[in-house]
Design a protein around this ligand. Sequence first.
Ligand SMILES: Cc1cc2nc3c(=O)[nH]c(=O)nc-3n(C[C@H](O)[C@H](O)[C@H](O)COP(=O)(O)OP(=O)(O)OC[C@H]3O[C@@H](n4cnc5c(N)ncnc54)[C@H](O)[C@@H]3O)c2cc1C
Length: 481
Amino acid sequence: MNNLDRSNVTIVGGGPAGLGVALMLAQRGWTGITVLEKRQTANYYEPDKSFSYQIDGRGQKLTDLLSLTTKLADLSVLSTDFYFTLIQKSGKRQTRKLPIADPNRKPGYWLPRAALMELLYQEIERDWRSVIEILFNTECVEIQQHPEHLEVITQSSERGRLTFNPKLLIGCDGLNSIVRQTLTKIEDRSHSFEIQQFPSPSSGLKYKVLTLSPQFPLSERAGDLSQSTMAYGIRSIFKKRKKAISLGLLPFKNPEQPRTANIITYPDSEIWQLKTPAEVEQFLKQAFPQIPIDKIITPEEIARFTFSKGGTFPIPQYCSGLTQLYGKSHPDRTGTAVILLGDAAHCFPPDIGQGVNSALEDIYIFHNILAKTCDDLARSLPSYQDLRQPDIQALIRLVQISYPWQYNQDPLQKKIWGVNFLIRLGLSRLLPFMFSPHSIMLIQNHELSYSEILAKSDRTTQLLSILGGAIVLILITVFSV
Ligand SMILES: Cc1cc2nc3c(=O)[nH]c(=O)nc-3n(C[C@H](O)[C@H](O)[C@H](O)COP(=O)(O)OP(=O)(O)OC[C@H]3O[C@@H](n4cnc5c(N)ncnc54)[C@H](O)[C@@H]3O)c2cc1C
């Protein structure tokens, strides 16, 4: 595993992190890179994973490095062009620019997950086929520990059982990572790879995604069509906690592409209890009388939606161990170096839009460290661990505090959040050397690390507590005189 031997990499998981790190390593001159992906294709359509991402300045560090940002821009709606139309239960519509986008920051690019995956995949197919092999339909089923190295075992319907003995094993296999689970077992005494979970008001919420026809009609009026580049929030007429729902639509560049509408609500909501497509259709028609449901959603889609399991927002979580070295450390070693990237190492609800961006930033930071150590894994991996771990810890805290009340779970908490946001915004404009804006705005500054953002946010919280305490003391003094 010396700096001349940049070969023999196995990446488990071909999501954004897996394909992104394969491209980064190929660009650095690594060869013999195999990506194992259990899905059938890179952009395999999974209706309940058909959400949109905003690739912000943080994610763009990697797309810049891979010279992909221009192509990304061609596929995306720019965040500075992000307009949101709220359709009230009465049918009244209000369109506004997203209020919390910071105009001084690098704009982000909104695109569907499938479009991002296709972009990364096509880049591999075009330029890197000789060094990157993607094995679709291939699931990593086991990782065995040998005295000097780890052995990866896969199962595939076409290829049967395959084994790999990589020098570099990268876990990009998401929330239920088999790579991380294996490290947890092997390193059970240190507990480094055990997942640590932290509560958040948005975790546990259930979501399903409805696929709508492209440029669907917004009313019975001829020509009153939705715009693909516009985000929509459509409120139901139901008010009760267990019945009220909203449809949330993010913008797409391609007007011919079917739209997707997220329904995110409590796990015990009435909509999740409905058993038949007829019940769901009736519920949607009653909930949204302001839009022509039967012209927007096909009966087949209603049936798919009814029987799909949907997903649940995960609890914010991370493992403190990110890397491990097995085998001898001299230059001609035959051991295995292991690194966890993306959701395999840190996973959380989508409140602050950092899931994919933090995964891409992991890869960018790994690249910088490889560049500094001439790709010597024995030095790179401990450096990555030391540099990235505090940031991941800060990121998880930021997820807990930044914007967890946005899903209308609790109108009072949402209002308190709004007041807090405005106080911080006002004070940071008035006294910028003392106060910082809300962390949801600071996150847009990709030049700040997550640790720096958390430190700024905590400092403002402390100052606000002191200010609040002083105001209370003054009021007590004034009224007691
Ligand atoms: C509803 C929802 C909305 C979201 N919205 C946003 C958003 O707006 N912005 C944002 O930044 N993030 C968002 N995220 C988070 C984002 O999707 C993830 O952070 C991102 O996908 C992480 O990428 P990854 O490559 O690490 O993991 P994944 O995307 O989970 O990819 C892991 C891959 O590994 C494969 N795999 C797993 N196990 C194996 C195995 N044993 N063998 C072979 N292959 C395997 C899987 O099939 C998958 O393709 C959202 C998540 C959810 C659930």
